[in-house]
Design a protein around this ligand. Structure first.
Ligand code: AHG
Ligand code: MN
Ligand code: MN
Length: 309
């Protein structure tokens, strides 16, 4: 149950979030509600098409993408938007706002048929210039929705913390957890791309570390619920290392890595790449570039990236 009857708009205004960012988040929240309806009522089948990362799209990836782009267009605040499901970013020259919004419309598409929790991820930057900058330059907010037994929206604003809201039965997102905080140490691990153990013995050493520590495995195969588990429990580590076929990793910098690194930074956690550098310091060279991902409790992320160095 919500701890306090505060809508996210009221709460973020009290926290000093400016009108434009709250307005963008209002449109993002609307898109999340529509996507939630379409997940419950829609077509769970394949679309027969591929996205820019060469992955098969399902009908719901495409529908969620359309819902979000329409809402961001209505906001009049996003000058440029980039989606995991669109080859090129879209520019709205007439918009009064100057924001850049990157999004993964549906994270965990491969879990839809199995009826597991899935999500949507957004990053918001104050200027549309991205290529050549560090991913974290000008980043002002990030958020993600979890479509599970309950629908939640977790929002982080620059310097204003990370907070969870839950959709109630009259369609409002109400505060459920303010100032989510990640402890430095953990006993939870979510190990993506475990097949890497075979080609990189160092990843097998990391796995051995978790077994020796008697850590608890919490892994669904969806980055959103896996990272939401860590934020909910207040500790944990999620890893997605590179392999020979994916030398920069699988996950996308702008649609997945950077938004979650931003959310975790605001919650006292960290988001590093396999080299142990902040994901948010990665120079953007391409809207669809990939990154390795090591996110969660500070000490554990350091120990794991040190073992892989
Ligand atoms: P998406 O559905 O947006 O393509 O992302 C899926 C991602 C992420 O959610 C998850 O951590 C990872 O893919 C799992 O990939 P594999 O099962 O291929 O290892
Ligand atoms: Mn994804
Ligand atoms: Mn996706």
């Amino acid at each position: 149950m919500p701890s306090d009857n505060q809508s996210f708009n009221y709460f973020l205004r009290e926290r000093g979030a400016d009108w434009d960012v709250r307005s963008l988040l209002y449109h993002i929240a609307r898109s999340v509600k529509y996507i939630n309806f379409s997940i419950r009522a829609g077509n769970t089948g394949g679309a027969g098409t591929e996205n820019a990362s060469g992955e098969s799209q399902i009908a719901m990836d495409i529908l969620a993408d359309k819902i979000i782009s329409k809402e961001l267009e209505k906001s009049q605040l996003a000058k440029v938007i980039a989606s995991e499901e669109q080859d090129e970013p879209m520019t709205f020259k007439s918009h009064r706002g100057n924001y850049f919004v990157a999004y993964d419309p549906l994270d965990g598409s491969s879990l839809v048929d199995a009826n597991l929790a899935i999500g949507t991820i957004f990053g918001i930057w104050e200027s549309p210039e991205m290529v050549g900058n560090k991913a974290g330059d000008g980043m002002v907010a990030a958020c993600y929705a979890v479509y599970g037994p309950r629908i939640t929206l977790t929002i982080a604003l620059k310097g204003k913390g990370c907070h969870e809201f839950e959709l109630n039965d009259v369609g409002e997102f109400i505060l459920t957890r303010a100032d989510i905080t990640i402890k430095d140490d953990t006993t939870y691990f979510a190990p993506g791309n475990l097949k890497v153990c075979r080609e990189n013995p160092k990843y097998a050493t990391v796995m051995q570390r978790w077994l020796t520590k008697q850590s608890k495995l919490r892994y669904s195969g969806g980055m959103v619920p896996d990272l939401h588990h860590i934020l909910s429990k207040g500790h944990g580590i999620f890893t997605y290392p590179k392999d020979k076929s994916q030398p920069e990793g699988k996950l996308r910098l702008l649609f997945e890595g950077a938004p979650f690194a931003f959310l975790f930074n605001e919650a006292n956690g960290v988001g590093k790449n396999q080299a142990g550098h902040d994901i948010l310091d990665t120079i953007v060279t391409d809207y669809h570039q990939n990154t390795t991902v090591f996110i969660g409790s500070k000490n554990e992320v350091k120990a794991v990236t040190d073992l892989l160095a």
